[in-house]
Write a protein that binds this ligand. Sequence first.
Ligand code: BES
Ligand code: ZN
Ligand code: ZN
Length: 492
Amino acid sequence: MTTNDKASIMLIGIPEHLNQYQDEVKENDAFISALTELKSKQIISSKLGEIRDTACFINQNLVRIITVGLGNVKMLKEADYIKVWGNIFQYLKKQAISEIKIHIPTFYTKAVELEKIFHIMGLQREQAIYTFDSYKSDKKAPYTLHIQFEPKVDAQYEKAIDLGRKLGQSINFARDLGNMPPNILTPSYFATVVSQHFESAAVHVDIKDAETIQQEGFGLIHAVGKGSINGPRLITLEYKGNPENDAETIALVGKGITYDSGGYTIKSKTTMPSMKFDMCGAANVIGMIDAIQSLQLKVNVVAVIAAAENMIAAHAMKPDDVFTALSGETVEVPNTDAEGRLVLGDATFYANQFQPSLIIDFATLTGAAIVALGEDKAAVFNKGASSTLLNDILEQAHLADEAVFELPITETERRNIKKSDIADLTNHINGDGKALFAAAFVTHFSGKTPHLHFDIAGPATISKDTHKGPKGPTGYLIATIVRYLEKQYGKM
Ligand code: BES
Ligand code: ZN
Ligand code: ZN
């Protein structure tokens, strides 16, 4: 390696055993003996993701080196690189390092394809160093980093980095939406931000205002939204990546409650704060379609976002009210805090009119999903999709390091959603299994269309910083779904 450039800092990957390096690295005796000494004195570490910042002589030149542990590289998995690159970029940003040389052969392993390593590098370069300071007076200057590869890498890998960055930017866009305060991100402003964002993209945006929602019979969205001075919006986005006549359409549906006070079934002073995040399902659907268009996936997607604010007012819905859904069915509302399933019921029924082969919805739907799985795992419910399809999605979730576990919808729940004394359906009954009940309610509105329902109430946000980024909204499942669609349908 050349080390003439005095200003350069070299980034080096450290495997558990230095003889695990590829031949081209192993043959560089001076380099290996320098690292061996640093390692034996525990100045550098091979523990997965551990960073050290030191210096060493290479070819008589003193070089500042930053090392990252790779662990036992024979056992390295794709997801391990998420930690490796996340820790690296967070460290570089913290140290305000603006230029780095990456000694790329020290990152190669036989266990993970090179292309994947570069893709994750690109993803983490965006995702891991995300910050949101739009509402801070002392904004930090944007962080810029110039990366030089030692030696140069093929265009194919530069491309993989670029694709990873695009995915990361879409995740960060979803996080921005989630972070915005609810007095600013109202349903109408949400719609405006989304239409402006896709103005010059290959995504068609249609917005239905509060009046249209009511007139066209979206009785459940209207019911939830009418208690607020900030009326509801129905946002529909269409992306056509496959013009063939028999091409499938995938429908993505998102819960966009820009604030959930609970309504007359009011939340408490401890459970209400953070309910600005009740639109993260919608934000993540926006992030998904943003990535799908920027990566030009060969698939047709329709995204339906039901945006509403669940508030209290003289004209708000109240417990015991009955409303007529877009499906024509009547729904009794004993609990106004179970508002997500109401807006999703109408949004799902509407999405089904685009004749999708599959509907997937994302929602911060129930506290019960958190009780069942903890705050770091999503629940998935399958109504009518093949187990192969669900397994393919779960495999991508695993590779993206996003935890998802399946919960059932049974005859009990299908029966329970009909237990209203006076209407066709009810949005709530007393008893356990509330996440399952909610799943049965939402998926009822997709008729015979295969439907996966993701309850992301827990992992939509995270309470501590991780190698994927800061606490707050996570963009959960954007990476999983985009990866799945890319694998399944390819690129244009
Ligand atoms: N938005 C909440 C669910 C939620 C709770 C998300 C905590 C994130 C963290 C949802 O609208 C809600 O209030 N659900 C109720 C349903 C109940 C009334 C059947 C719940 O889970 O308590
Ligand atoms: Zn609620
Ligand atoms: Zn809610």
